[in-house]
Design a protein around this ligand. Sequence first.
Ligand code: NAP
Length: 285
Amino acid sequence: MDLLVVGGSGFLGREVARRARDAGAQVTATRHGAAPPTFHSRASLLTGVAWRTVDIRRREDVARLVADVRPAVVVNAAYRQSDWATTADGAMHVAAAAAATGARLVQVSSDAVFSGRAVRYDETAPPDPITPYGAAKAAAETAVKGLDPTAVIARTSLIIGDGDSVHETFVHALASGATTGALFTDDVRCPVHVGDLAAALLELAASPHTGIHHVAGPDPVNRHELGTLIARRDGLDATALPTGRRAASGPPGPLDVRLDCTTTRARLTTRLRGAHEFLARRGDR
Ligand SMILES: NC(=O)c1ccc[n+]([C@@H]2O[C@H](COP(=O)([O-])OP(=O)(O)OC[C@H]3O[C@@H](n4cnc5c(N)ncnc54)[C@H](OP(=O)(O)O)[C@@H]3O)[C@@H](O)[C@H]2O)c1
């Protein structure tokens, strides 16, 4: 399989590229603004991957890249939370380019397309975003569906790794006092491990399935519970983690969003572990 990972310099994109490379695929990955030396230290872990620079806000550049690489599969993991042009327009440009070349597309989406009013959402639930980011992801989904009805749209939740996600970094910074803030007890999601997610995306790419898929873990946890699990795994003092309530003091946005992955899980051989399992201390596993 020839794979193009758009957003390959990002947290999820790197894992997708690494797994595909290890499975024997020819992998091209893109970066945008990731600057040396950060980029070089990350990219050196991904030897054997061809790197290209692209700004997905530029339709012609995306079309040229995809026409040049001619991948069988495109995974789009690129986004910028506060930038509609990247998250929505950029996804549309990637979908148009994939459709023009007949490439199979997997578009990564988010539980942010939901308001949280219904709490639990399956793949048939219509988006009802209440933040600009959620609206951009929902717009991207619509653009992708319209341009490439055979694409997979994979909604996911908080992506956690083995220490290197933004969420884990934040918990470490809070625990050490390097930053201020709070872990909300009323902000609930279904976190997924980046390795499980990447494997599921590649499995979906190789499948005949199309349309919306929910790819998240089975355990709903609030941000403080998640922080406590991370702290315990990493030997930090979990009691030092400050708590708060997002409804009272946090940024506006959905409080409780749980992706129901029943339908997607039945289609996958990849197991999507829950936060309690993948964040268990090594001795407890
Ligand atoms: N992280 C989470 O907890 C979470 C939760 C739900 C859904 N998601 C979704 O998962 C996907 C991946 O998230 P992530 O955490 O891996 O993101 P990330 O680490 O922030 O990576 C974002 C990627 O997008 C690229 N990018 C940004 N602006 C671009 C532009 N204008 N043109 C081309 N590329 C651009 C970045 O390139 P440079 O770094 O080189 O600039 C980077 O490769 C996204 O679709 C996100 O919406 C993430």
